[in-house]
Ligand binder design. Structure first.
Ligand SMILES: *Cc1c(COP(=O)(O)O)cnc(C)c1O
Length: 341
């Protein structure tokens, strides 16, 4: 029986068509900037967001960490929501790589307001760390895939412009957001100084993220990528998958959202479930009632050949992705309904 893997949207395997373009990619040495396929991916990603330049990196952690490093100096402070990936899931990289501390906000499922930002920018005073960056995550992973509206993001940009602060987007799942809101990548590009997109999540690539910004920013980012050990050589094989994904795997994200909404309907009505975060995109985060044993629940799914992992106290996250099909939904539903507690 096929193993269904709901642990993350990173678990997808490249399709035959994707492998074919990887196999046939023209490559060079990207540290010498002469890998034509990497250059083509960077150009494509930059153009998509109406920015000047882009940089292909190994992971979303790397693109975010490079951006933070370029935008800040040691001792500075950045503003983000307490749910963010940069704060929770990058191994303390903000402190480790950049010597920067975090001023975190208590937003609504990861989404804070312009007023929140204004309240948390430090005055210019020797006692206070210098506020030097604001970061937004869209969609918000720990927010259950919640989406920022264009207006919310634009109002943050206005504050950043007024206060001369750069604004970074962790857009690991920005295409999931855009498929729902129907806003354009150009509209996103106009708001942010730097943007990180992940190719290895819903877009189905084996590896890779892209950092996007203006020429001067990417020039500095390229140096930091080398310092972080992220200069790759014949990376065109990986970049080819990225080009394929941007051409073929964005529109289909809507299918993942449909699957997530279908399962949400079922999970909502289960006796042993306390709460489900309203599904907006491809992630379903729900809480089991206090008396339910998490290991027991996870083991039950293992017995149905379905892989899941905890996402916090009594909390489970199911990620929908391109390797979950309709017959898998039937099996997931059966596993949910047959759980005896
Ligand atoms: C997955 C993810 C990243 C990057 O993760 P990597 O595993 O390093 O590629 C960054 N931000 C968010 C919100 C993510 O979900």
């Amino acid at each position: 029986m096929k193993i269904i893997d709901l642990r993350s949207d990173t678990v997808t395997k490249p399709s035959k068509a994707m492998l074919q373009v990887m196999f046939e990619a023209e490559v060079g040495d990207d540290v010498f900037a002469d890998d034509p396929t990497v250059n083509a991916l960077e150009e494509k990603a930059a153009k998509l967001f109406n920015k000047e330049a882009a940089l292909f990196c190994s992971s979303g952690t790397q693109t975010n960490q490079i951006a933070i490093k370029v935008h800040t100096q040691p001792g500075d402070e950045l503003i983000c929501d307490r749910t963010t990936h940069i704060y929770n899931y990058e191994g303390g990289g903000i402190a480790f790589n950049s010597g920067v501390q975090v001023r975190y906000l208590f937003g609504d499922k990861g989404r804070f307001t312009a007023e929140d930002v204004i309240q948390n920018i430090n005055d210019d005073n020797v006692h206070f760390p210098k506020t030097s960056l604001v970061c937004i995550e869209n969609t918000v992973n720990k927010g259950g895939g919640s989406i920022w509206s264009l207006e919310q993001m634009q109002s943050i940009k206005k504050v950043c412009d007024d206060k001369k602060l750069p604004l970074h987007l962790d857009g690991a799942r920005i295409f999931n957001a855009l498929i729902e809101t129907k806003n354009t990548t150009q509209e996103i590009g106009a708001i942010f100084n730097s943007i990180s997109i992940c190719l290895s999540k819903g877009l189905g690539c084996p590896v890779g993220s892209v950092l996007i910004g203006d020429k001067d920013f990417i020039y500095k980012a390229r140096r930091i990528r080398k310092v972080f050990g992220g200069g790759m050589r014949q990376a065109g094989y990986l970049a080819a998958a990225g080009i394929f994904a941007l051409n073929n795997n964005i529109v289909r994200l809507a299918d993942d959202h449909k699957k997530a909404k279908y399962l949400e309907q079922i999970i909502q009505h289960l006796d042993y479930v306390d709460d489900v975060i309203t599904v907006e995109t491809n992630l379903i985060i729900f809480k089991l009632k206090v008396q339910i044993s998490m290991p027991h629940f996870i083991h039950h799914f293992e017995n149905h050949q379905i892989k899941i992992v905890p996402a916090g106290v009594q909390t489970i996250r199911f990620a929908m992705h391109l390797d979950v099909d309709d017959s898998d939904l039937t099996r997931i539903t059966e596993a949910l309904k047959s759980f005896n507690f």
